[in-house]
Design a protein around this ligand. Structure first.
Ligand SMILES: *[C@@H]1O[C@H](CO)[C@@H](O)[C@H](O)[C@H]1NC(C)=O
Ligand SMILES: *[C@@H]1O[C@H](CO)[C@@H](O)[C@H](O)[C@H]1NC(C)=O
Ligand SMILES: *[C@@H]1O[C@H](CO)[C@@H](O)[C@H](O)[C@H]1NC(C)=O
Length: 641
């Protein structure tokens, strides 16, 4: 019943996507052409990447990716792009093309920031100002650094400079670092929030490059000085960061050891410096006393914080200042301005959710319907697994269970809170972004983001059980369908959905596969076939198995869609033109995402996966004695068949 409904809805949907205003029949031809154009570009790439002299049934990976090296030298930049990056590239291009049309306040703020980021390197044509370095610009623009602008032009500081400039009396490292942290640039301690909760943690992965790395990163500010200077400064900073990371024996080890034995793990004993740090930090964030006193405070990793701050206590403040400023200089480089869109993804999604930039191409309800259709099988299994778990006694709240039924409604409910426009306007409305001042604006926005997180429930968009994950997935989906043929969705995002969900994990299946693949290797491995039947390590079997299961699921989704879809005449025609058909195309689209990345690993994963899939031999009409057609197939779960 439901399938029948889709059958008539789908052709309608397709027409809507192609060209929403093509309501009258005379425009159908044109929309067909547009559709064909998308397919043509994609299929052309598929065909160009492969090496036709190698038979697909002999070594599919070598066949599908055989021409990659050749294509990498192509004139068109997109041709040289590994296909796995298409989706990201598409989203980036969409953002770059559309940000000027953003209409919401958060969207506009992000757009302005992005524009200013790009402008940094532009020179004024008529008034060629002297070129300002990255460091000069930072010092000039950042509010906590501007008062010391003159002194900071001598950074990094050697002892005599530090004394001459009397910085010991002026530049307080605790205050400087706390102010930066309150603007989203933590350097010595990481304080972050979730709804009414304050977490205090050490900085994971405190940056600490090699001496060479430090010196290289200082080259631009130290050019012209004696090489000895950069050696000394780099050495000092390296000793500090290694000490903070606990990589050096300290003279105070015994003291801290007894301390941590005595006190409880969760107690963060505040020394004078940390107290000071907290005071400056919260003063900058301007939280009220109630907010602070009522918040839960959770110190994490107390031993490491204590250890790091003990090192700080015994370190020359000059060196700490050097290191803090070095981190600022490094972190705020923004060589690629698009990272802003990832950093402030929530603002971007608030804008996208309002649909201003999609409206002319795709109606939101149509997008929901499409998303629901394309993820139907996935959502069904997910739901049944969730309820089965419930059955086994892992209690799931009842309302979660019911909400799962309706992806669109689930997303809408989540977005109403998470991407709420009014709330965002309230939080970001008071920002006064300055013209031509990228760094100060960036810090304003980061500070606002930090403040906002204090009143927002914690959301982990990577958690595949949460609506946030699907909301992001949905917005990515919308951008994908505007720029790629539909099979591309199944080959990339759809496959990934299965893979990340771990819904298909199956311990018994894995052990059976381990056994069977080993036997397959023993049977077929010889010099001629060593590329596709080489012995696999157990973690590789795990990868093959996961790949196989998720590919199989994505392929079935794709077939489910094909059945509902009456394939457009134009599409069939285009596919035939390229010597492809709708069954083969997905095998290529998936394989070619792996081209030229660790060939040996992916070749095994892909070939061993495909050869055990009867759909593969059927699609490529492999003969019974073809290398990619072993008589005994592995991983076929009898219960599923
Ligand atoms: C295609 O494969 C054949 C056979 O392995 C090989 O000789 C040829 O160099 C390949 N072509 C390209 C462009 O790599
Ligand atoms: C700090 O907060 C107070 C009260 O919440 C407010 O009146 C004041 O304008 C805020 N100051 C800044 C700089 O945001
Ligand atoms: C498949 O291969 C067989 C022989 O190997 C051939 O007779 C048959 O026509 C092929 N089918 C298709 C659809 O290409």
């Amino acid at each position: 019943m439901s399938k029948m409904r889709w059958q008539w809805q789908l052709p309608m949907l397709c027409l809507l996507i192609i060209k929403p205003r093509s309501l009258c029949s005379e425009e159908t031809a044109e929309s067909g052409r547009f559709f064909t154009e998308i397919y043509k570009r994609n299929l052309k790439q598929i065909v160009e990447l492969r090496n036709a002299t190698i038979e697909p049934c002999d070594d599919f990976y070598a066949h599908a990716c055989g021409n990659f090296g050749h294509l990498a030298a192509a004139e068109e930049p997109e041709d040289a792009l590994p296909p796995m990056l298409y989706n990201k590239q598409d989203r980036m291009e969409f953002f770059m093309a559309q940000h000027v049309n953003f209409k919401t306040l958060p969207g506009k703020a992000l757009s302005q920031l992005y524009t200013q980021c790009k402008q940094r390197r532009e020179q004024h044509v008529f008034r060629p100002a002297p070129r300002i370095s990255h460091w000069q610009r930072l010092v000039h623009q950042l509010p906590m650094m501007a008062p010391y602008e003159e002194a900071l032009s001598f950074w990094p500081f050697l002892p005599y400079q530090w004394q001459q400039l009397r910085l010991d009396e002026q530049l307080n490292w605790v205050e400087l670092s706390a102010q930066l942290a309150a603007h989203g640039v933590p350097t010595l301690l990481h304080i972050y929030f979730a709804q009414e909760t304050i977490y205090v943690a050490s900085i994971s992965n405190l940056p600490c490059p090699s001496l060479q790395g430090f010196r290289r990163s200082l080259a631009s500010v130290l050019h012209g000085s004696h090489p000895q200077v950069s050696r000394i400064v780099a050495h000092e900073m390296r000793v500090l960061c290694r000490g903070m990371r606990g990589e050096l024996p300290t003279t105070t080890t015994t003291e801290s050891a007894t301390e941590s034995q005595g006190g409880g793990q969760e107690q963060l004993t505040l020394d004078g410096n940390t107290m000071d740090y907290f005071q400056h930090f919260f003063a900058q964030l301007n939280f009220t006393d109630e907010m602070l006193s009522e918040a839960r405070k959770l110190p994490l990793d107390v031993a490491r914080i204590r250890q790091a701050w003990q090192v700080l206590r015994y370190t020359d403040p000059r060196i700490i200042v050097n290191y803090v400023l070095w981190q600022v200089q490094q972190e705020l480089r923004y060589e690629d301005c698009y990272v802003l869109a990832q950093e402030f993804e929530r603002l971007l999604h608030v804008e996208y959710w309002q649909w201003h930039v999609f409206r002319s191409q795709l109606n939101r309800n149509v997008a929901f319907a499409m998303y629901q259709l394309h993820t139907t099988r996935f959502q069904q299994l997910r739901r049944s697994k969730l309820s089965r778990r419930d059955w086994y006694g892992y209690m799931l709240p009842e309302e979660v269970e019911r909400k799962e039924l309706q992806v669109a409604r689930l997303l809408q409910t989540h977005a109403q809170h998470y991407l709420n426009l009014i709330e965002h306007e309230l939080h970001y409305g008071a920002l006064e972004l300055q013209p031509r001042s990228f760094y100060s604006n960036l810090l304003l926005l980061r500070r606002a983001q930090l403040r906002h997180s204090f009143v927002s429930p914690f959301v982990d968009p990577e958690d595949v059980q949460q609506p946030a994950y699907f909301l992001r997935h949905f917005l990515h989906f919308v951008q994908l369908v505007l720029q790629r043929p539909m099979y591309h969705y199944y080959a990339t995002q759809g496959l990934q959905l299965w893979r990340q969900s771990r819904l298909l994990e199956d311990t018994d299946g894995y052990y059976t596969a381990l056994d069977c693949l080993q036997r397959q290797t023993e049977q077929h491995y010889d010099l001629e076939l060593q590329d596709i039947y080489r012995p696999l390590a157990s973690h590789e079997v795990d990868d093959v198995f996961k790949f196989y299961r998720s590919f199989q699921a994505a392929l079935r989704d794709y077939h489910f869609w094909l059945e509902g879809e009456r394939f457009h005449f134009a599409e069939q025609f285009v596919l035939q033109f390229f010597g492809l058909d709708e069954h083969r195309v997905l095998f290529y689209a998936v394989a070619q995402q792996m081209c030229n990345r660790q060939d040996e690993i992916f070749a095994a994963q892909l070939n061993r996966g495909y050869m055990n899939l009867p759909e593969f031999q059927a699609a490529f009409n492999c003969s019974a004695d073809a290398a990619m057609n072993p008589a005994a197939k592995c991983m076929i779960n009898q219960c599923e068949k």
